[in-house]
Each structure stands twice: as structure tokens, then as C-alpha cells.
Unconditional design. Structure first.
Length: 80
């Protein structure tokens, strides 16, 4: 499920909410995925208000969800 949210963010250039392990603590943050490693072991993302990308390991991601205000898959249902 995590990889689906990462691909969603990458393909649509939308923010997602992610819970990450950083220095032994859980951290909830919004981020926009800019690149996924070819081997699938990590990804690069941009945090809100920052221009520089940060690289994360997939093993550090605990869960992902739509960012607040994002309708996600419901956007395509509203077209009909």
C-alpha cells in the first residue's frame, strides 16, 4: 500500500502524508515524491517549504495516506 501512495504522489505531483521513523522516533509529515529508486529500496521527496530533496529508505516509512484536503481516487469518480 505504501508504494501505491508513493507512485500516486510521483505521478500526480501531489502531497501525501507519511509517518516515518527518524532517529528512533515516529514523525508525521507531508511530502511530495520526486523520484523512486530503481531497486525500490528508497525514494527522494521534497518537504513543504523546502526546495532541496531528501532521500528516504523504504524501511523508514511506516504508513502513508492522502494529505489533508486531497480527494485522492474520488477525483476520477466525480467526472462521471
Amino acid at each position: 500500500m505504501i508504494s501505491r501512495f508513493l507512485k500516486y504522489s510521483l505521478e500526480r505531483e501531489k502531497k501525501i502524508c507519511a509517518v516515518l521513523m527518524a532517529d528512533g522516533k515516529m514523525k508525521k509529515t507531508n511530502l511530495t515524491v520526486t523520484e523512486i529508486d530503481e531497486d525500490g529500496q528508497g525514494f527522494s521527496a521534497r518537504l513543504p517549504g523546502r526546495k532541496k530533496q531528501t532521500h528516504y529508505a523504504m524501511s523508514d516509512v511506516l504508513t502513508c495516506a492522502y494529505a489533508r484536503g486531497d480527494q485522492g481516487e474520488l477525483e476520477s469518480l466525480n467526472e462521471y
